[in-house]
Design a binder for this molecule. Structure first.
Ligand code: BG6
Length: 535
């Protein structure tokens, strides 16, 4: 297949002066990655392109193989051709380098099988042994579950039955003499469960086969550079931590806005809705990194222990004032980028009477010493006017206004952490206007990733796949974190179900596509004397 000549070519890679002299990254051990669901969208758009970009950046070991596993019957060569087209279209580094591609593609293989057929896993085992023998690999394996979630448990059970994923020795066990035993790790895509009960059941099920240390539950938001930078910003700098609490912070707004609608994913979204699709995972993960206490070390369990405490400290939404805390809505017809667009109920595979929310706004409290009394406002929606994900920390006003009426224009300081796009951080503060009078105007001090570092950030999947190969679970969600966030979110779903069951359950509010959500979302803020920031 030919590359698209119109595809944007990679900008020349400039040496980054800020990286000079830094130690080289660690290189993973030789391994095989098996991708279940290899014919799906995720493998095409994200996984293979990420693996290609990692190869191009020399971050994968020289001896590395990829085995695609899916239902359809195709040859190794046909699969390679499909993946070539996918990488040519979606890889961060384009156009493809032909020599590099040939070397990369030589170690791509395809294995046909049904996810529910245990025999297919014995066949896979033979195939892996064969590939490993030929390529001189030592049996390290990563299994990537990019299948529909209904297959997660059975795939893992079959991996166990075929002895493809033996548990590692218990922590503290005496080290074996000679080379360490090969590793077997499993990456599980979202959604991990549909509610608290199903997430618990899935955890129980997979723990029958796997040790928690082998499980990498992926949340691609944790692979975003700017999300990781939250940790660096807070804990590598001395001046922010002292103000990161209820003495200085008035409130925090977290926005995850998208301009796209549900596109071709109506069938999935009907079952999910924005609360499951964006809040239970991505926004609560961002919130927990933002709000957690400093961990005692930068290691996986120390970091995740602190995140878990935040999730466990989320106050359940009070049943009596539910509407003052939670707003949901669905997009109706409207416009996006100047084009008329249809409403959610007219999207393919969406019911004409659907009550699935495509927008949600929430007020929540974290009942901890640090955050007592500070409201966090979260909102996420599809078909909003702008694609932007940001955290805005609104600080309290200065305790005493010195400047009389001239000071009335002073706005409280806002620290805006822009997760995407235009990744960066901006601090807004009041400044004296030049001139003889003591006039004050808001100004902004900005840091932008693009201009400061001169390189594009890697794709989230690149970082997360690499971390898994290196055995680092810090940026993956642990079983207890997932359950804690479901425990909080499932109460909201239960309340919605109760409301819907009542005779006077009421209509789901709508908002015009291309607007910032329903008026009730604004009311949620104005009722507290606040307003959403225009990101
Ligand atoms: C996915 C959701 O997890 O995240 C999508 O299923 C959503 O509905 C996407 O569009 C947003 O990710 P990003 O990286 O584009 O912000």
């Amino acid at each position: 297949m030919r590359e698209d000549p119109a595809a944007p070519s990679s900008p020349p890679v400039m040496p980054n002066p800020l990286r000079e002299g830094l130690a080289e990254e660690r290189l993973p051990e030789p391994a095989v990655m098996v991708i279940f669901g290899a014919s799906g969208d995720l493998a095409h758009r994200k996984l293979l392109p990420a693996l290609y970009s990692l190869t191009r950046d020399r971050l994968l070991p020289g001896r590395f193989a990829i085995v695609g596993f899916a239902r359809k019957a195709i040859s190794d060569d046909a699969f390679r051709e499909e993946m070539r087209a996918a990488c040519a279209e979606f890889a961060r580094r384009r156009p493809l380098d032909p020599d590099l591609w040939s070397a990369f593609a030589r170690n791509i293989f395809y294995q046909q099988g049904e996810y529910e057929d245990p025999a297919a896993f014995f066949a896979l085992k033979d195939r892996l042994a064969d590939i490993e023998r030929t390529l001189g690999l030592h049996g390290n394996r990563v299994f990537y579950l990019a299948t529909p979630p209904s297959s997660f448990a059975s795939v893992i059970r079959s991996l166990g039955q075929a002895e493809l994923a033996p548990k590692p020795p218990p922590p503290g066990a005496p080290k074996p003499v000679g080379a360490p035993p090969p590793f077997a790790r499993v990456i599980i895509e979202k959604p991990f469960g549909h509610d608290l009960e199903s997430a618990r059941a899935l955890n129980l099920d997979i723990h029958e086969t796997l040790d928690e240390r082998q499980i990498y539950r992926i949340d691609h938001y944790l692979g975003k550079e700017t999300v990781q930078n939250l940790l660096v910003f807070r804990f590598a700098n001395g001046i922010f931590e002292p103000v990161w609490n209820n003495r200085f912070v008035d409130h925090v707004q977290i926005t995850g806005a998208e301009t796209v609608g549900v596109e071709a994913r109506g069938g999935y979204f009907e079952q999910a809705g924005s609360l499951r699709d964006m809040v239970q995972n991505h926004l609560l993960q961002v919130l927990s990194l933002f709000a957690m206490e400093p961990p005692i070390a930068f290691d996986p369990d120390a970091v995740r222990d602190e995140k878990l405490k935040v999730l466990k400290a989320l106050r359940f939404i009070p049943a009596s004032d539910f509407e003052q805390y939670v707003v949901r809505a669905q997009y109706a017809t409207g416009s996006s980028a100047g084009q008329a667009v249809r409403g959610y109920r007219q999207e393919p595979n969406v019911s004409a009477t659907s009550t699935t929310e495509t927008f949600v706004a929430l007020k929540l409290f974290i009942d901890s010493w640090r955050w007592a009394g500070v409201p966090f406002y979260l909102r996420s929606g599809k078909r909003l006017p702008k694609r932007v994900t940001e955290i805005a920390v609104h600080f309290k006003e200065a305790p005493h206004l010195l400047f009389g009426r001239r000071g009335e224009s002073i706005k409280p300081n806002v620290l805006a952490i822009r997760i995407q796009p235009d990744e960066g951080i901006a601090l807004n503060f009041g400044s004296k206007l030049p001139g003889p009078a003591m006039e004050i105007a808001p100004v902004s001090m900005e840091f932008r990733y693009g201009s400061s570092f001169g390189v594009e950030p890697p794709e989230a999947y690149e970082r997360l796949i690499l971390d898994c190969l290196l055995g680092d679970t810090t940026l993956f969600t642990r079983a207890d974190e997932v359950e804690a966030s479901w425990a909080w979110v499932s109460r909201i779903h239960r309340r919605w179900a109760e409301d819907a069951a009542r005779q006077d359950g009421g209509e789901l509010p709508t908002y015009a596509a291309g607007s910032w959500g329903p008026p009730a979302a604004d009311k949620l803020m104005t009722a507290d004397g606040r307003a959403w920031r225009l990101p």
